[in-house]
Design a protein. Sequence first.
Length: 264
Amino acid sequence: MNASSILDFILSHCDKNSSDTTYRALALKWLYLVLKDMQSRQDSLHGRCLEVKGTAFSLTADDFDYAFATILSTTLIDTTKVIHVYEKMNDITYDFIPYERFRQLVANEGANTGTSRYFSLFADSLLLYPVPNFTAVTGTATSTVASELRDTNATFITDGVVAGMQVTDVASQTAIITTVSSETRLILDTDIITSGETYSIKEVAYIDYIKMITAATDSATALVVPDKYEKVVIDGVLEFAYQFDPELASMADQHIKYENGIAQ
């Protein structure tokens, strides 16, 4: 549910005109206060209610420094709340260490081998050690099959292609490989490849993190709160609505519902 839909729901529940800009602005303020409250609770309660999981980004071979602006759709993340980084091809979960410690332990930033796997954060960048050691596989599709990549000239298995990697076509559309069926056939999660089209395959890593809350807008297409917390957010906003207009319902009862939702 996006911000505008939540406002429509709140105002209709309060028997207000959902197109009334004055009430919408007030409800938007309530929404913002609830989101800020949920974020502030994460530090002490470890609720992780604003956590966004499984965001994939492509790894560049022989690179250890990834700017958040290039690997994520938004840079609005709290770098103190990155949960973990996972690299699928080699089944590696990187351990977080502070930046100062990273510099002490990583003598050669370009090294792509090592028994310890570290990640650190500095200046809105993600630092990885060892660096990914994978050369992008490129080629040209030789047939068109829905949600597949077929190339009779390819050697996918030999080249180290595994499920979880990312295929990019000439139009910069991307798909994730779900199955490596053979040396010449890949199953994709999205239908993007046609015969005669060139492609490239890169390793993909996953980063779990918690986004920072910024001021929501009425026209926002999405909130930073995962779907399962929509009801909690609505309960919180309704508490403000009942406080604003006590004849609607009991603010105290609504507060209990809101607190119980966060506790769950």
